[in-house]
Design a protein around this ligand. Structure first.
Ligand SMILES: NC(=O)c1ccc[n+]([C@@H]2O[C@H](COP(=O)([O-])OP(=O)(O)OC[C@H]3O[C@@H](n4cnc5c(N)ncnc54)[C@H](OP(=O)(O)O)[C@@H]3O)[C@@H](O)[C@H]2O)c1
Length: 291
């Protein structure tokens, strides 16, 4: 598709949607953001960069249909759910967006789902995305599932390594031999933009967004190499996690080697996709907390 069409983005004020907007604008595309609060600072910052804002109310589906009229493609994600009630809300939001895309006859929809959502895994906030994928599959729309793996940005926050007595230490509730699938949020946006603008036909209509796949000791070593320090990995028990949703997710992570990632397939779509070492370098700072 040419960059002359309009691409609608849901979640544009958030991490993934923001990255999709960045990548689309970099490529000269016209972007319409579906926002609930056009007066928010983040929405106004998008408008200042030339993004068209349109207000949607998920509980008023007609507002979403209107927002999707005459767009050439639609990118959407669903917000984080932290309880079983929020899971149902996530599914409702996703199905409302899909139904609106059907009503507005959107030519191509790209759903930022999650890796593994081609099947039910028992992880509530992954199975919710599986249900939305199934709804999309039944919709008759041309769809592409973009399935992000763990955000590398988590290493700047909740999964940050630290320095203890001159050694980089990474602690995660994951066995030392389990590979963790990782992607930079920037690259989720770039891959989405390629799918939205380039009419890339991916096998099976789905692509896992993955830039690297490393075990805990390998991740610790990447941070150690950047800092010029030795490194150590510490596998923690699942009980350190705050809720059962996250414990179930890490149980699945421990089985990741059953579904190895295709790193080459991603780079065939977006050759600039970062591996972890490149993402660490891109942050321009050591990212290490002092213990
Ligand atoms: N963290 C990870 O490693 C990881 C990995 C793979 C997948 N995921 C999945 O990624 C998702 C979170 O993505 P993210 O980090 O990009 O989310 P985020 O930064 O929290 O952004 C959420 C976006 O959704 C918008 N939104 C929420 N409810 C809305 C509503 N009712 N109407 C209109 N807009 C609404 C928010 O708008 P406002 O600005 O108005 O709030 C914001 O733009 C979750 O589903 C998670 O399971 C996460």
């Amino acid at each position: 598709m040419s960059t002359q069409g309009t691409i609608a983005v849901f979640g544009a004020t958030g991490q993934q949607g923001g990255a999709v907007v960045d990548a689309l604008l970099d490529r000269g595309a016209r972007v319409r953001a579906l926002v609930r609060s056009p007066a928010s600072g983040r929405a106004r910052a998008l408008a200042a960069r030339g993004v068209e804002l349109t207000t949607v109310r998920i509980d008023t589906p007609a507002s979403v249909v209107t927002a999707l009229e005459a767009v050439d493609a639609f990118s959407f994600m669903t917000p984080e759910a932290n309880s079983l009630d929020e899971i149902e809300e996530e599914v409702r939001l996703g199905t409302t967006l899909v139904d609106a895309a059907v009503a507005a006859r959107v030519p191509h929809v790209v759903f930022n789902s999650v890796f593994g959502a081609d099947r039910l895994t028992g992880v509530p906030h992954h199975d919710s995305k599986h249900r939305i994928e199934e709804h999309l599959g039944r919709s008759g729309l041309r769809t592409t599932m973009l399935r992000p793996t763990g955000f590398m940005e988590n290493f700047a926050t909740v999964m940050a390594p630290r320095v203890e007595d001159g050694t980089v230490v990474l602690s995660l509730p994951l066995p030392a031999d389990a590979p963790l699938k990782l992607i930079a949020i920037r690259d989720i946006g770039r891959i989405a933009a390629a799918l939205l603008l380039d009419a890339v036909d991916v096998p099976g209509g789905a692509v896992e967004a993955v830039g690297d796949e490393l075990t805990g000791p390998q991740i610790a070593a990447a941070f150690g190499a950047h800092a010029g320090l030795p490194s150590r990995y510490e596998a923690l028990p699942l009980s350190v996690l705050p809720n059962e949703l996250d414990r179930e997710m890490f149980r699945q992570f421990a089985k990741a080697s059953e579904h190895p990632s295709d790193l080459a397939a991603v780079r065939a779509i977006e050759p600039t996709t970062w591996d972890l070492a490149e993402w660490i370098r891109s942050t321009g700072r050591p990212l290490l907390a002092q213990a």
